[in-house]
Design a protein around this ligand. Structure first.
Ligand SMILES: Nc1ncnc2c1ncn2[C@@H]1O[C@H](COP(=O)(O)OP(=O)(O)OP(=O)(O)O)[C@@H](O)[C@H]1O
Length: 355
């Protein structure tokens, strides 16, 4: 049994989710202790518990400690990952519901399903655009295209917007199985072609997306960036607002978002997302700070090495590298000076040595 200290490094939910994905993929039994010890409310929250349940469903795992607030989890897979049709609801994990994000549940099971025999379809309910996590727009426009380059064919569709605090969103994921993962080299991003954007509201007046779009458009043009920002007003289960910007470089994609809340002017929401994008654009790296930690797992499981330059080395990145190391799957070198991540999967290393 592999024992993981959930308080290591970032000490958040990602230690748990990466461990769950790797347990499902390798069939290794795991125990995670001190879950989310680095957070003000440690232990499993609704999103984490749903991730545990989703991972357990796909590899028929026996689980101990799977309840809200639990700081210890044992997870013993009893079958290789089974492709199929699944449905998971984050709000069902807590009485009174939850807007916990579906995107992190999606990331927990996506790789195991891509490596399983056969195709899968997953319906996910909960938050779709929630702070401190990838939005579903980011998953669709940045994460999935990046891992497509590594051999994973998956598509996601937004069925209903889910914002904090009500949640109630829905997404549908299709994953092709039997994938063979290959490494990625992303050192130069090339020139910026266009910034695509969506300024969206549900159950709020049309002037809000229009003002977000106009402000973003003005800021980006003042900075000599070509932009195409569309305002969108949609129906939803509750009011919500946000802006999602996609920077399309010749060799890479990067995503930036900001969410509205009561009291925050529409223009300010646009400014927050634009500022993030402009900070990234000032640098030369092709991989944004969030994608940097998210592509580490497919890179570690690939049949060849990867190398990518990141805009920032985060605690999430170094912590995820540590978790992967606990499973002995890859050598990961993070060059702090040049901000380059080099991943040599154990399988690629064995092959290199034998040739
Ligand atoms: N704006 C964003 N765009 C894309 N990805 C994001 C964004 N913000 C955070 N992420 C990603 O979301 C993940 C968050 O992991 P983290 O462990 O902090 O999450 P969590 O389970 O919500 O936990 P916790 O409540 O423990 O912080 C990381 O992979 C990070 O890169």
């Amino acid at each position: 049994m592999i024992i993981i200290d959930g308080s290591y490094g970032e000490g958040g939910g990602q230690v748990l989710r990466t461990s769950l994905s790797l347990a499902a993929i390798t069939g290794e039994a795991i125990r995670i202790e001190n879950i989310r010890a680095g957070r003000p409310k440690p232990g499993l929250a609704a999103q984490h518990l749903t991730s545990v349940r989703a991972a357990a469903a796909i590899c028929q795992a026996q689980v101990r400690g799977d309840k809200l607030g639990s700081t210890m989890l044992e997870f013993i897979p009893s079958s290789p990952t089974l492709a199929g049709q699944y449905s998971f609801d984050v709000s069902a994990a807590r009485e009174g519901g939850s807007a916990g994000t579906v995107t992190l549940v999606l990331q927990t099971i996506l790789l195991p399903l891509a490596l399983a025999k056969g195709d899968s379809e997953v319906t996910l309910r909960g938050g779709t655009h929630v702070a401190h996590s990838p939005t579903l727009s980011y998953i669709e426009q940045v994460y999935l295209p990046a891992i497509a380059l590594m051999g994973i064919a998956a598509r996601v569709k937004l069925i209903a917007w889910g914002w904090y605090p009500q949640g109630g969103g829905q997404a549908h994921l299709r994953v092709s199985g039997d994938s063979t993962l290959c490494g990625i080299t992303l050192l130069e991003r090339g020139s910026l072609r266009l910034v695509q954007g969506l300024a969206v509201v549900t159950e709020l007046p049309a002037h809000i997306p229009n003002r977000m779009a106009l402000r973003a458009d003005n800021i980006l043009r003042e900075n000599q960036l070509r932009a195409n920002i569309k305002p969108l007003r949609e129906r939803g289960v509750a009011p919500g607002a946000g802006i999602f910007l996609l920077a399309e470089y010749k060799n890479s994609l990067a995503g930036f978002s900001a969410l509205g809340r009561v009291g925050l002017p529409a223009e300010k929401v646009a400014e927050i997302a634009c500022e993030e994008l402009l900070n990234f654009h000032e640098k030369v790296a092709p991989v944004d700070v969030h994608l940097a930690d998210q592509i580490l797992l497919p890179a570690a499981l690939a049949s060849s090495s990867s190398q990518y330059r990141v805009a920032q080395i985060s605690n999430h990145l170094t912590t995820n590298a540590w978790v992967i190391h606990q499973f002995g799957l890859a050598e990961i070198e993070i060059d702090q000076t040049n901000q380059i991540v080099t991943v040599t999967p154990a399988s690629a290393k064995t092959r290199e040595n034998s040739t």
